[in-house]
Design a protein around this ligand. Structure first.
Ligand code: SAM
Length: 345
């Protein structure tokens, strides 16, 4: 073990995270599929069997179809959208478990044109992965509510939330990066959202005292769920990146909980399957709060429970209420989401 490995092991220990030491089998698969070995070791523990680990790695190699979300704020009947797209040789089919989601059937010929059709420019659809769409369903915003979307650009979830609220209520969309905030504003306009205000600000410096019925923290993450779309992620982030992201996510979640009304709901989500960025973040934040409980996610018929044990570390039972999506089990990018309710009225 070299100096950097020892430093990382101590960092993980301090953060209360298990440190993955790759087995000979993990090293062999890492070489074969081109990953950093620590990743494969963790997948072995997530999936629990060599067969499923291989299924996951093969699904990543295969990649994913493209998906779109039909925007009922701009077009009433989603089958009319499907028909209009067919006329320009883009064939889409509804996804049975997710309202308004359509799978692009002729991916290779259609994918490059998805962002330049007239229907796209008119805001009839948003190009979005299934995991990303599932998050707004997990939040379950209602017309008339006050919602805060705290890491909002480029706006996939802000625009979906507004759709679910039927443009009735109010959404505060916070984004730290001014360039990304511009694409957020553009998408809000294109998707005909009338109830969202954009605030360019770091969540950690938010001066507001308001409390919201629903809060979404779609946290910055290392993108470990996006492997089927971004193969470079196999080698682009090391354990130091995971540790740094874990620390940031803990701070962001602690701060975000301040904006939830008593009785209100916060959804924490990431496009990462890393337990360190998900269950371990929530477990740590909840260890100092007795006023927050983990609630079952309704409305999504697929997915696997959150982890309550990982590499010999035991986590709170309530994390089984969270939802994990995987490419080989659900045909989606890897995603994690969890619903936290603040007690009280
Ligand atoms: N929710 C978005 C969507 O559905 O389109 C995707 C959000 S992306 C996972 C995370 C976003 O959080 C990035 O745009 C990033 O710039 C922003 N971000 C990172 N740190 C932040 C902070 N401290 N305060 C506010 N936004 C932050």
């Amino acid at each position: 073990m070299d100096v950097r490995d020892r430093f990382l092991e101590r960092t993980f220990e301090k953060l209360g995270l298990p440190y993955p030491k790759p087995s000979a089998y993990a090293l062999e698969l890492a070489r074969k599929y081109g990953y950093l070995p620590y990743m494969i070791e963790r997948y072995m523990h997530i999936f629990g069997s060599r067969e499923e680990l291989i299924e996951f790695l093969e699904a990543v190699e295969k990649g994913l179809p493209r998906y779109i979300r039909c925007n009922t704020l701009a077009i009433k009947n989603c089958m009319d959208l499907a028909e209009r797209l067919r006329e320009v040789d883009i064939i889409v089919k509804p996804v049975p478990w997710l309202p308004h989601a359509f799978r692009v059937e002729n991916n290779s010929s259609a994918a490059g044109r998805l962002g330049s059709t007239l229907e796209y420019l008119l805001g009839y659809y948003y190009i979005q992965g299934l995991g990303s769409m599932a998050v707004s369903i997990a939040l379950d915003p209602k017309p008339g509510e006050a919602v805060a979307d705290l890491a909002a650009a480029p706006g996939g979830k802000t625009t979906h939330i507004a759709q679910l609220m039927n443009n009735n209520g109010v959404i505060l969309s916070v984004e730290k990066n001014p360039v990304r905030a511009m694409s957020l504003s553009t998408n809000i306009q294109r998707m005909r959202v009338k109830i969202a205000a954009v605030l360019v600000k770091d969540i950690l410096e938010l001066p507001i005292k308001e409390k919201f019925d629903k809060v979404l923290l779609d946290a910055p993450c290392t993108g470990e769920g996006l492997l089927p779309i971004k193969k470079e992620r196999k080698t682009s982030k090391d354990l130091g990146d995971i540790a740094r992201m874990h620390e940031l996510q803990v701070k962001l979640l602690e701060k975000s909980l301040q904006f939830v009304k008593p009785g209100g709901v916060l959804v924490y989500s990431t496009c990462s399957i890393a337990p360190e960025e998900n269950e371990f973040v929530i477990d740590k934040v909840l260890s100092s709060r007795s006023d927050v409980e983990l609630e079952k996610i309704t409305g999504i018929m697929v997915g696997s429970p959150g982890l309550t044990e990982f590499m010999g570390y035991r986590l709170r039972d309530g994390l089984a209420n969270c939802l994990r999506l995987y490419p080989h089990r659900n045909g989606s990018e890897g995603f994690f989401m969890c619903r936290l309710r603040r007690r009280g009225k």
